[in-house]
Design a protein around this ligand. Sequence first.
Ligand code: ASP
Length: 537
Amino acid sequence: MSQPTEKKKSLPLHFQILIAMLVGTAIGIAVNPGDDFLTRSVTASLSRDGNSILLQERDSETNDTVYTESFPSASVFADSYPKLAEALGDSDSRELEVTNARARFTYSMSGVQITWQRSHDGVPAVSRLNSPGVDQLPVFWQPIAAEHSSGIASTITTLAKSIGDLFLRLLKMVTVPLILTSLVTGVTGLGSQGRFGRMFGRTIFYYMVTSLLAITIGLILVNLIQPGTGAILPGGGKAIEPASLTLVEILYQQINRLIPTNPFASIAGGEFLSIISFAIMLGMFINFVGGDHGRRLAEIFESAFAVMMRMTAWVISLAPIGVAAFMVYATSTQGLGVFRTLAWYMLTVFLALVFHAVVILPVILRVFAKRNPLEYVRSLSPALLTAFSTASSNATLPLTMNCVEKRAGISNQTSSFVLPLGATINMDGTALYEVVAVLFIAQATPGFDLSVAQQITVALTALIASIGAAGIPHAGLVMMAIVLQAVGLPLEAQGIIIAVDRVLDMCRTSVNVWSDSCGCAVVEAARGKMRPPGVEA
Ligand code: ASP
């Protein structure tokens, strides 16, 4: 096979990605079908059957089923719909008036999803119906969905999602071998154990300090802007599956992951923390053993790493296509109405994220790493834009590693350690988001006033939740249940903010990746100072 020719691209990658993002957004907005307001009248009823409670919604004319949901006990029902549970009281059944009904259809290769929004006796509720195809939907929905799916808009959305998913698969394909080979090569290159220990300490210190700074900014802005005061949250609507672990359990789980019982299973399962700790140990023991054996193995990993970097570079060259596809999907599937309701909340999260990313992290970069923030952000831009469009730090990791090493000139020893660990446990954007979202919910919950002590509890639990959150889309939302629980807020209040989570997830993921990247420069600079003169990094 001939060597691929390294032709100079006319347009730098970050511009290509930026243009792809804009084009994708424009197409997505153009084909956004908006919400369908249902003109058919729907009736709803609650009834008790033994311990369980049944919510039934039917077409008033034909009696076709629109939606049913069964709750195994009164307390489960009260958790999901507290206001309706109050209204039902001890009675056996109750009719509910359904108003403001609208549905949004989202199509993908795996089927159709209906986001079904309506009010029961004035209490807003959101439910989701999933089906492998239009034909498998309840009869009521079939004609409505068929009309919807016949348009060019749904074809474009489905296609965009599929292309985006292929790009994600490529990124995921290179991630685990890249982390493993890169980290082993990095640790063997460090040589002494002492150097590794110092780098470890500095990295964790940087993660903690920047996450706490992000949380503080979130706390200040949410108290200043007060987006939740006066906001009306739905009393109904299902919360997402809560992460039912205590804080200590989360920390313990993360520590457990550091010791994989079967490293091969962890590699196969893509468990980042386990892979990281095993690769570090492997690198260290290669150095301990040294001699011919150590050298041979170190060289094998070095060669494998070089090949993985080349493969990653190829995947990255496809980023503009993947990014455009994701932007089409993200913008064409978001209900626009909800943005108005939650504008202040979104603005608060956004402003806090921007302040952290544009003021705090660049100052740290300038002072501690002596780097020009503008140049650094330009080097990192392909990774940051990909983080934005995929909303996943893990998926972006190969790009981040490539940008930090090839474009920003950071050594592999630093980046191979700081970045994979950062993608897993350092999430400034997520920590900040948790704080703003939970305080927003607290402000919007009548009679709920968070004292300073409780706000500190929110801050600390948010930090742990961000450490526990995986670098995948919506992970922060799942972990939020822990923060809500810590101060006794209702989980169902999450119902409404789920609707705008994707957009905020895109923003916070970029901040997560930006913080990891700045961490590389800071740790690299500190290592530089420690290096005796004349010794190579
Ligand atoms: N999507 C974020 C990330 O990958 C995590 C989150 O949901 O906050 O970094």
